[in-house]
Ligand binder design. Sequence first.
Ligand code: EPZ
Length: 429
Amino acid sequence: MDSIAITGGARLNGVIPISGAKNSALKLMAASILTDQPLLLTNMPRLADTKFLGRLLGELGVSVEERDGADGTETLFHAREITSTFAPYDLVRQMRASFNVLGPLLARTGHAKVSLPGGCTIGARPVDLHIQALTAFGAAIELAEGYVSATAPTGLRGAEIEFPFVSVGATEHALLTAVLAQGTTVLRRAAMEPEIGDLARCLTAMGAKIDGVDTDVLTIEGVTSLNGADWSVIPDRIEMGSYAVAAAMAGGEVRLSRARPELMTALSEKMVAAGVEVEPTADGVIVRRDPAVRLKAVDVTTEVYPGFATDLQAQFMTLMTTAEGDSVIHENIFENRFMHAPELARLGADISVHAGEAVVRGVPSLRGAPVMATDLRASVSLVIAGMAAEGETTVGRVYHLDRGFERLEEKLSACGADIRRVKGDGHEH
Ligand code: EPZ
């Protein structure tokens, strides 16, 4: 199994281009099922997760053609005909976003059988809200042996749905399904994450009728068919935020390009409060930090967008490990998303966790050690910690990292980080 080896202490200076957003790309890919016309996605991130969903789409009959475009990688999806409506356990359990093919399959063909995604290391993460939405659209749903079988022999009908709490996945799933349901759908307490806006705009380009984009009430007028479209995936705000924290932790000056700084306002405000300089530019943001000046501890609570993103909580916790004072970090979105805390402690951090709250007591410095990645965002937080720690840190189980960060070692080493991938056979790359 590969690991990442980092020798800490180098400053970060240079430019990091931000890739297309994983969490947008995965939902846009599911939208390709809704039409027999080609959907071209540009600014596509090359990640294990997108490759994986591409494989599942291929199993369903969607042709998937990855190529080099003028604007980075692009992928052409063409669901001329859906040849299978079965998504097996093996292809869904590894990635929860695969479950979102259920609604589009149902809308396009009238039936589908998709495995339940199963548990996940960051908490129970059920799909009850997804199922309730599909049921409201008139689908008959049966749960048996770990599978959801759904049928809508007479088609889907629009519905008024008020989610009991905000869910990114359920909002996207309902939206993907409603665009082809007959009549009007209203989704209340919809999630407002920028990736949902991206999906709604792409669906609109395909001919869908959606009102209230970027608000918490989405109104969808069903259409009978959708066209193809060319769509550029929104920049990844979590990748941008992760590198912003990396620059703040290591010190130096990094320009994040091809990015949308307004999508990380909650993070920027906290970084500025801690003593980091954050300056928006025409196509991104410059992050500057004088390593001679110690950062100050600030508290953070994760919230739904536009609040502080749970996907940046682990990275921010890392930044706080060497700040002056105590930082209290509340995790509101997931019940078990502090697995990085004991790994950070191996590097010398002082963190105590009680239920959904972590208290980080700043220490003067971290020391390198072998650590294990526990999930995607936790793994990047360990890489960031390793870059600032004295000596050598190795981060194991990097397959987590490969799910969501494109060419991470390349992007960081281009800015001066001493970071390399060590193959399972012990060879460095
Ligand atoms: C999306 O997950 C993202 N994943 C997550 O990013 C992100 O952390 C999360 O949104 C919150 O921003 C993708 O987009 C692929 P939710 P999702 O439904 O849709 C509970 C990453 O690292 N819930 O908003 O699964 C759920 O358990 C990943 O890229 C139900 O109870 O998040 C959680 O506590 C990690 N029933 C809360 O809601 C449901 O039916 C929010 O989950 C659905 C969700």
